[in-house]
Design a protein around this ligand. Structure first.
Ligand code: ITT
Length: 194
């Protein structure tokens, strides 16, 4: 019988990416019920990822994986950071606010951070990793792929925004991709029989 892993996110963009990283594993992925909402009271991405994975796992009595991620902008002293989701009421509104706050600031340096945590059915944390992708904030959006802040996050090495990349390219360079590169070999060795 396949082991069940609950994907503890309500963000459809994230969900698609997480499902894609996990397709080759012998796991049955389940969605978290919408009504199960976890308050993100942690002070770091890792704390929030652990909190979400742990609480969803314990509530459902199943293994769970959670992602806490966000954008840190140097000229805004790391904002929006762990508050990236709460920075506005829609992806468009969050991007507008970010561009407004940055204005004509010359320092456009930023980085995306992604913390992933996997919890056992009793809520204890079995694995956690973090991935970082450096980049710059453009003055206006470019590209139609991806989600969230992707259209304004430019990766100089690829000379593209995340939203201009194919899902495969974003997967190989992104913060989430880097977190999963470290996580997947460990996940394969994990004893889901606990
Ligand atoms: P869950 O907690 O239910 O997973 P959420 O959207 O609230 O969903 P976070 O608290 O981790 O998730 O917030 C992440 C924010 O950062 C959110 O606004 C995303 O749009 C943004 N973000 C994270 N990864 C991103 C990516 O790869 N591309 C663009 N934006 C991203």
């Amino acid at each position: 019988m396949k082991k069940i892993l609950v994907v503890a996110t309500s963000n459809p963009g994230k969900l698609l990416e997480i499902q894609d990283y996990l397709t080759d594993l012998d796991l049955e992925l389940q969605l978290k019920p919408d009504e199960l909402e976890i308050e993100e009271t942690g002070e770091t991405f890792s704390e929030n990822a652990c909190l979400k994975a742990s609480q969803v796992a314990a509530a459902m009595g199943q293994w769970a994986i959670a992602d806490d991620s966000g954008l840190e902008v140097e000229a805004l002293e790391g904002a929006p950071g762990i508050y990236s989701a709460r920075y506005g009421h829609s992806d468009r509104n969050r991007i507008e606010r970010l561009l407004f706050e940055l204005g004509n600031e010359l320092n456009r340096e930023a980085r995306f951070v992604c913390a992933i945590a996997i919890a056992r059915p009793d809520g204890s944390i079995a694995l956690q990793t973090e991935g970082i992708c450096p980049g710059e904030i453009l003055h206006s959006p470019r590209g139609n792929n991806g989600f969230g802040y992707d259209p304004v996050f430019y990766v100089p090495e690829q000379q593209m925004t995340f939203a201009e990349m194919t899902p495969e390219l974003k997967k190989s360079v992104s913060h989430r991709g880097k977190a999963f590169q470290v996580l997947l070999p460990k996940l394969q060795k994990l004893d889901f029989g606990f």
